[in-house]
Design a protein around this ligand. Sequence first.
Ligand code: SF4
Length: 356
Amino acid sequence: MTILPDWLTDNNDCRELEAMLRNRSPESLETMAARSRAMTLRRFGRTMPLYAPLYLSNYCSSGCAYCGFASDRTTPRRKLDEEEIRREIAAMKQLGIQDILLLTGERTAAVGFEYLKRAVDIAAESMQRVTVEAFPMSVEEYRELAGSGCTGITIYQETYDLLQYEALHRWGPKKDYLYRLATPERALEGGIKTIGLGVLFGLSDPVTDALMLYRHARHLEKTYWRGGISISFPRLRPQTGGYEPTHPVDDHLLARIILAFRIAMPDVELVLSTREKPSFRDGMAGLAITRMSIASRTTVGGYLEGENSGEGQFEISDSRTAEEFCQALRSRRIEPVFKNWEPAYNGPSRNTLPCS
Ligand code: SF4
């Protein structure tokens, strides 16, 4: 029997957050928006750091019911070789990207730790910031990844609802709820500097998931106060396999969740990806969100091959070019930021490029 840790179920310090999430009146949303906007402006100013994902591979050993890369899909499998990784990165740099998120599925014989580490090595040669969203690793593996220049990992629990988690993760290593839950701690132990948390909204009761996500973030803040935390708000999108959300989250509720997190966690970076449509992204940019993806491709080889690169992990909603998106930010008096730190800030990175 799986027993959840006390810090994940203790409701004592999230009563204000719960009240904000459960109050569905339009007036309360307006009040929250004004409060969130002021807090975001005070803490983060009028800037928006931007990043882009690079899908290294669509191999996966897990069977997540909601994912286009699950191992029972008939999607042709592919991984980028070293030359292809270099070419994709060069294409991303042409768009101005300096901050890259490398993605793979769960570990397989074709794509394991050594492959991922090599990809980090290559990315760190020319990108200013390299982060990874891949399979959970050991402390020692995270230490090696950090030595190669990886400064952050993203690891979503997807849903904190144990029963729903067990039903949706049909097979593979991702079935192990507690091992995944402890991944951020292993990464921080191994020297990774920032952790991205999130749930995939649509899989389970959104308010319960949001409250447990908050407790997870607070637990990490208290236990690893030197680590940086960011929180993302992905919503289930159409994907190969056709899984339909059992708990759909509409725009109003998603906005409420994001605003509530800004108010409850004023210093935490809040992230919104191109899963969301342009109008929603533009609206949230000035209100609460402080980091966004841009010009994303969710296929393996997507930056050079475009639509010829096959099916992505999911469909994106905001397909604006980097230039169009930056223009939209500027029209709201928000400055797009491709790089706002020096390699030295990141510690032992292998990045050797001069600052641009
Ligand atoms: S969500 Fe990740 S682990 Fe699950 S099937 Fe997709 S790629 Fe694999």
